[in-house]
Design a binder for this molecule. Structure first.
Ligand code: NAG
Ligand code: NAG
Ligand code: NAG
Ligand code: NAG
Length: 491
């Protein structure tokens, strides 16, 4: 136990030392956002309703401040200003998402909405003129509402086919504009929250049953889009495509074998649920075994985890050109089995999570400031899936005050970027992109406008949605220019 405490202390103190190395020449810095969080214009120029428009309008009580994404940061009208800020910060890339319902208002591929297409064409033109590379997500949680209402959303396998049709249309429309593609953002949030614990839209509570059905369909959707890209567009587009998977880093709560195993199990249920089918093939064995066993004990006629056919396993395996990672938190993990009668994703994992008392962050429970957790996670990815290029597609610091002198956010970026340097130079991780969440304040889903994550503030009571730089914008700009985190950089 003593050695274990010493080990934790080393980690904790180690994070205070900022790595003095210069980022490699090919390393890229950018910022990320998502259509439903910044665009607004929710029903403008032919855009259709999404499950998030629907949730916010019908159930404002589910959103912290009762607001919706109707206007958000108004980037639908102010995108030129946003791009100018990205350029002024000297950033290499800008991650954005295309709203499915702006391109195909009902979600079905029968009618392409030209004004919606034009919006993204204009945005890409603006980025090109600014010398900024677009990194484009096709699905960032905003399912067209008719597909939820008429088909049951991601619980219906035919939605995977409709997503593939939508992806094909986007690859065709934006073949000249976009070279760095993302199919789906954070499938775990879409499924385990949206159809599991019933928090995110469409807020269906069926944990341990429907969320796994969603996981299966969304993996098929991703794979179909990947193969369409591979077969029909790769040759002309000459770009790359992957799915963004988010995960917490799960650190063993003690050096006991049971807690070490519990932490690995947590990683497999969280990251592996999506990473294993894509990188290795099929669900992780521990997920197959535990859900089958717990289903049997609870009297289910078969496992609550749906199966993939041999053909589907092969079809999904290998559908990545890089690893795209979103990361916001670290948790400590102890083994803890839930009673078998309690179905549910978290009970299937069988863990108890906790935080070190010295960790800061954690308001609202979904993030912590633990830079070494990112480094451990990157090492785990390499150990588990091989030496694959990794792009960090989201990492950022939320606060509830919107303070302009945001020193905590600066310390956060400094710590996490230092962990990136450690991973690159100490651990040999092929890490090439860091994408901060984010450039401007936005609509934070169930948090509405009560969480602030922008390096620029947005005045949400101002009809003009005025933007203003926080202290972190200046810090980040200087860092990008210098390409290192300390005064005396080491080559
Ligand atoms: C799934 O979608 C198909 C259309 O492709 C539809 O016929 C079927 O009823 C849907 N299933 C459910 C359960 O809604
Ligand atoms: C986790 O396990 C360790 C070692 O057995 C123990 O000291 C600690 O109290 C446990 N934490 C929780 C929250 O149960
Ligand atoms: C990182 O991955 C890319 C893409 O596979 C490859 O071209 C590059 O050589 C790799 N870099 C290192 C340092 O391994
Ligand atoms: C936000 O905008 C409102 C309305 O224009 C204005 O009254 C207020 O002073 C602004 N707030 C800040 C912090 O600039």
């Amino acid at each position: 136990m003593k050695t274990f405490v010493a080990f934790l202390l080393t980690f904790a103190l180690g994070s205070a030392d900022i790595n003095p190395r210069v980022f490699p020449d090919n390393f890229k810095f950018g910022v990320a956002n998502a259509a439903p969080q910044i665009e607004g214009g929710w029903d403008e120029d032919g855009k259709g309703e999404t499950i998030w428009d629907h949730l916010a309008h019908r159930h404002p009580e589910k959103i912290a401040d009762g607001t919706g994404p109707d206007i958000a940061s108004d980037s639908y009208h102010k995108y030129k200003e946003d791009v100018a800020m990205v350029k002024a910060m000297g950033l290499d890339h800008y991650r954005l998402s295309i709203a499915w319902s702006r391109i195909l208002p009902t979600g079905y591929p029968d009618k392409v909405n030209q004004p919606g297409v034009q919006y993204y064409k204009n945005l890409f033109k603006e980025l090109k003129a600014a010398g900024v590379e677009p990194m484009v997500t096709l699905y960032h949680w905003d399912l067209p509402q008719p597909l939820q209402k008429e088909l049951g959303g991601w619980l219906n396998e035919s939605v995977a086919d409709l997503f593939a049709e939508y992806a094909r249309i986007c690859f065709g429309l934006f073949n000249d504009d976009v070279k760095l593609w993302i199919t789906i953002n954070e499938p775990k949030q879409v499924c385990q929250s949206g159809y599991g614990y019933g928090e995110l839209a469409p807020a269906i509570a069926s944990s341990g049953v429907d969320d796994y059905v969603c996981s299966r369909n969304i993996l098929l959707a991703h794979a179909k889009a990947y193969h369409i890209y591979d077969d029909e567009f790769r040759e002309t587009n000459k770009g790359r495509i992957a799915m963004v998977i988010d995960t917490i880093w799960y650190e063993p709560g003690s050096d006991s074998p049971a807690d070490i195993e519990a932490a690995e199990r947590a990683m497999q249920f969280n990251y592996g649920l999506y990473g294993h089918p894509v990188h290795i093939g099929n669900w992780p064995q521990v997920v197959i075994d535990r859900v089958a066993e717990r289903s049997r004990l609870a009297g289910y006629p078969k496992s609550r985890l749906p199966e993939f056919s041999k053909r589907e396993i092969d079809y999904i395996k290998g559908t990545y050109d890089y690893i795209a990672l979103n990361h916001y938190a670290t948790n400590m993990v102890n083994a803890s089995d839930a009673p078998v009668k309690d179905t549910g994703y978290w009970n299937d994992i069988g863990i108890l999570t906790w935080r070190q008392p010295q960790w800061t962050g954690g308001e609202g429970g979904w993030f912590t400031v633990v830079p070494w957790g990112l480094r451990s996670l990157l090492v785990w990815l390499k150990k588990t899936y091989g030496d694959i290029e990794i792009l960090i597609t989201e990492n950022g610091y939320p606060d509830k005050t919107g303070v302009m002198e945001d020193d905590d956010r600066i310390a956060y970026f400094e710590g996490y970027l230092s962990a990136c340097l450690d991973a690159i130079y100490e651990d040999g991780i092929n890490l090439t992109y860091y994408t901060a969440w984010t450039i401007i304040d936005d609509w934070e889903w169930l948090g509405g406008y009560t969480w602030f994550m922008g390096m620029h503030s947005v005045n949400f009571t101002d009809p003009g949605r005025a933007r203003a730089p926080r202290k972190s914008a200046g810090w980040f700009t200087d860092m990008v220019k210098k390409r290192c985190l300390v005064k005396n950089c080491v080559k």
